[in-house]
Structure formats: structure tokens, C-alpha cells
Write a protein that binds this ligand. Structure first.
Ligand code: GLN
Length: 473
């Protein structure tokens, strides 16, 4: 109860500045927390996450609570059921504090594509928190929740985690049920976790994992004991260092922070060796195209008739549909729908789509070869710390360029995480990425923990009281 109250108070004081939440539910949170306390008082065990405050990206549905997906088009939608992730976490006793802001339908890398206003980075409010799980990252970094659920299609959990100084875990594609998560590009979409510490992320992952017949892509097998393996160390492990990514124009401070992390891995007994993953503009284009093709077909249902509000105009169904979508969707979403629809049209589009599929097969093959030699890969998440608000808004290609080190694991369905590895001289968090073999979340977390145990960046918190004197007046 006390923890929930503390988070609610903090959100009351600071969320008007940071805009982590689109919808807060303090009454509901307090009543769930009270129930947990009552169970404890009766000597019952209320679950592994009992009383732990959480945020949920507003791309996952909760019965009776608005789910906007960051879009005007469905701002009035109140779903009649719970997402599998929310169901599982509620069963474990976690307490929902609110639905988190995001780039519209998960499309973006900065949080600035939310129709309800951008979330701000709590380390420096003139910067973006990253996206698309912007509000989820801000909620955790600012202390409004202990952990949050995001979604990651090309980097949307890992990149905001890096920009906000958190752990951001994208499990293997198919590891967690996506029932009740609004789809962007289902062949890459994953439910992901944002937390301060790896142990928390591992615990939440454990509570989330399990078969779900309502999502045909959700893995049936049991997940390995990620918590039990967490402290096993890396003494026997071979770690590949993504050399060509390290040479791809990183900020000097980012390069130094990753080099320092590599030294820590070495002193923990890991054997490091350079690997080449390849880095080319075609792959980023392929990712953008495949995501857009899937988005175009998924978003077809938001037509103002089945889902979404008719905003203006009367006339035939075609006109209604056009006005709902034209006025309801933001420019980033409309751009992707157009790109995806063109790519599936007869004629020239088709060849581009097939080239993109071939690129995807190629990147999978590269990872297969590399993972024959090493147990995990160490790489950057981004070339530098969080960028400034508005800096990349004018250029969609620069914006999606933020995914240039994260979309490969998404295309290949691999588990990957980002974690703090330092701070810039201006006090901004810097993130490091680790990528592992398919379904080896245990190995992934174990490698990450070996580093976390040798540094203390995860203990730092943004100076909100200094930034917003007087509780954010
Ligand atoms: N930034 C990428 C995009 O805009 C991926 C976002 C995500 O992972 N959901 O498409």
C-alpha cells in the first residue's frame, strides 16, 4: 500500500510535466493494494508481484478502461476484456497505476508521435524519452511505477530504456502472449518489460511467461529458470562484440562507456571476440517496409465503423471511412499505411517487398552463423544518448534511423535487452545492448547481470525535484 501511495503521489506531483500517463487509475490502484494488504494480514500469499506498482503501455487492453493506442481515432474505445499480460500480472498481485503514453500505434522512436502530446525525458526534459514505449520508460525512470510493460517491434522497449537509464527486455518473438496487444507488425511485435534492475525484469518475465491458446504464436514450452540462472556469471561464456556496429559513428562517450563495459565482462571471465553483423541501409529499409506492410493490413479495421470514431461528414460508407481515417490517424501512421499499401500493390511494389523478405532471411542467417561461435552479442542500442525534442521530427528516415542497431534482433525474432552502461558528461544515461540465441532468455539475463553486478548505474535516479522545483508547478 505504501509503495503504491508513494508512486501515486509522485505521479501527482510530476506527471503534469512529464506526461508518462494517458490515463491514471488511483482509486483502482488503492483498492487493489488494500486487497493485497488484507490477504497478507490473513497470512495468505498474494503472489510474486504483490503490491508492486506497474504501468501498462496504452497498446494493451484492460477491461473497462480506455485504450487509445496514442491515437485520436480510437480515443473513446473502452475494451471489454483484459490483455493476457495484464491478466497474468494482476494474478501475480501487481497493481496498475495507469496506462502509459506512446507513439501512435507503436509507430515512432521518440514519443513525439502521440496524439496526446509527447512524454519528456526525466533526465533532461528538453530531450525525448525514446519510443515508442515512451510513457512506460518515463513512468519507471521517474518513480511513478516499479516496472512497466511496453511493446517492441523494432526497438520500442530497448531504445526508450536506453534513453531513460533502465533495463529494457524484449523477449524472443513468441515467448509471451500478445493476446490483447493491439498489433503493429505481428511478425515482430513482442510484449516487453522496463525496470530499473535485471532481477525485477527477470521476475516479471517469469510471471508473464506461459502458454496461451488465445495467441497461436505463443510458445508452449516452459520457460527456463531465468531467476535461478541470474547469478551464474559469464566465466565460461564467449561474448561477441559487434565490431562493425561499434565503428558505425558512435558518440565518443558512448564508445568509451561500451569499452568500459567490455573490460568489466573480461574481468568477469568472459572471452570476448569481435563479430561482424553487417550494417546497411537496405536492411533498415527492409525493416521499415515489412513493418509498414503489416501495419497497413492490421490497421484496416480502424475505419470508424468497426473501430474508431466518425469525426465529421456524412455520406456513403467510403466517405465515412475516409474521413475517420484521414482525420483520426496522425501523419506517421498514414505514411506507413501508404508505404505498406503501395508495397503490396501489383507492379513495382511487389519486387521491393520480396527484396525485403530476402534481406530478413539474410540477417537471420548472419545471426545463425555468429551464434555458432559465441553465446551472446554485445552491441550498442543507439549511437548516443537521448536526442533533443523536435530534432528528428522533420525527417522520418532520421527518426527510424534510431532503430538501426535494434531492428536486426526484431527481424530475426531474437531475445535482446538494453541496460545502462554509463552516463554522458551532461548526465544523460547511455545504454548497451545484449542479444542472445532464440529463446535463451536465461543466457541473456545472466550475461547482463554479470555486468550489472560490476557497476552501479542502475542505482541513479533523475533529479526531478531540482528540475521541477516545487513539485512541478
Ligand atoms: N521505431 C520503429 C517504428 O517506428 C519501431 C517501433 C516499435 O518497435 N514499435 O516503426
Amino acid at each position: 500500500m505504501d509503495l503504491v501511495t508513494a508512486c501515486l503521489d509522485r505521479a501527482d506531483a510530476f506527471d503534469k510535466n512529464l506526461k508518462a500517463f494517458l490515463h491514471r487509475c488511483p482509486d483502482r490502484a488503492l483498492s487493489v493494494a488494500r486487497r493485497v494488504d488484507d490477504l497478507r494480514a490473513k497470512g495468505e500469499r498474494p503472489g510474486a508481484l504483490a503490491g508492486v506498482p506497474m504501468g501498462l503501455k496504452d497498446l494493451l487492453v484492460v477491461e473497462g478502461m480506455p485504450t487509445t493506442c496514442g491515437s485520436r481515432l480510437i480515443e473513446d474505445f473502452v475494451p471489454p476484456y483484459d490483455a493476457a499480460a495484464f491478466e497474468a500480472l494482476s494474478r501475480s498481485g501487481a497493481v496498475l497505476v495507469g496506462k502509459c503514453n506512446l507513439d501512435e500505434f507503436g509507430m515512432g522512436s521518440s514519443g513525439e508521435h502521440s496524439a496526446f502530446g509527447a512524454s519528456l525525458n526525466p533526465w533532461d526534459p528538453s530531450r525525448v524519452p525514446g519510443g515508442s514505449s515512451s510513457g512506460s520508460a518515463v513512468a519507471v525512470a521517474a518513480g511513478f511505477a516499479t516496472f512497466a510493460i511496453g511493446t517492441d517491434t523494432g526497438g520500442s522497449v530497448r531504445q526508450p530504456a536506453a534513453f531513460c537509464g533502465l533495463v529494457g527486455l524484449k523477449p524472443s518473438w513468441g515467448r509471451l502472449s500478445r493476446y490483447g496487444m493491439v498489433a503493429y507488425a505481428p511478425s515482430m511485435d513482442c510484449v516487453g518489460i522496463l525496470a530499473h534492475e535485471l532481477r525485477d525484469a527477470a521476475l516479471v518475465l517469469t510471471e508473464l511467461a506461459g502458454p496461451d491458446p488465445r495467441d497461436a504464436t505463443c510458445r508452449r514450452e516452459r520457460m527456463p529458470d531465468v531467476l535461478g540462472a541470474l547469478e551464474d556469471g559469464v566465466a565460461d561464456m564467449r561474448l561477441g562484440v559487434a565490431e562493425d556496429w561499434m565503428d558505425a559513428g558512435l558518440d565518443a562517450e558512448m564508445e568509451q562507456a561500451i569499452s568500459a563495459a567490455l573490460r568489466r565482462f573480461s574481468s568477469a571471465g568472459a572471452r570476448l571476440r569481435p563479430v561482424k553483423l553487417g550494417l546497411n541501409a537496405e536492411l533498415l529499409d527492409a525493416f521499415a517496409l515489412l513493418a509498414a506492410v503489416e501495419a497497413a493490413s492490421n490497421l484496416a479495421r480502424f475505419d470508424g465503423l468497426h473501430y474508431g470514431r466518425i469525426r465529421s461528414g456524412v455520406g456513403g460508407m467510403g466517405a465515412l471511412r475516409q474521413s475517420a481515417r484521414g482525420e483520426g490517424f496522425g501523419p506517421g501512421v498514414l505514411r506507413r499505411i501508404k508505404l505498406g499499401t503501395d508495397a503490396l500493390s501489383a507492379g513495382t511494389g511487389r519486387a521491393g517487398y520480396e527484396r525485403a523478405l530476402a534481406e530478413r532471411a539474410r540477417v537471420r542467417h548472419v545471426f545463425e552463423k555468429v551464434f555458432a561461435e559465441v553465446d551472446a552479442i554485445i552491441a550498442p542500442v543507439c549511437e548516443g544518448p537521448a536526442f533533443g525534442l523536435g530534432e528528428r521530427l522533420a525527417s522520418p528516415s532520421e527518426m527510424i534511423g534510431s532503430d538501426r542497431f535494434t531492428m536486426q534482433a526484431s527481424l530475426a525474432g531474437l531475445p535482446a535487452l538494453s541496460m545502462p552502461c554509463g552516463f554522458s558528461s551532461s548526465g544523460l544515461p547511455l545504454g548497451l545492448q545484449i542479444i542472445a540465441r532464440p529463446f535463451d532468455e536465461a543466457g541473456l539475463l545472466r550475461v547482463a547481470r554479470a555486468l550489472e553486478a560490476r557497476q552501479d548505474f542502475h542505482l541513479r535516479r533523475p533529479p526531478l525535484d531540482d528540475l521541477f522545483a516545487g513539485g512541478g508547478a
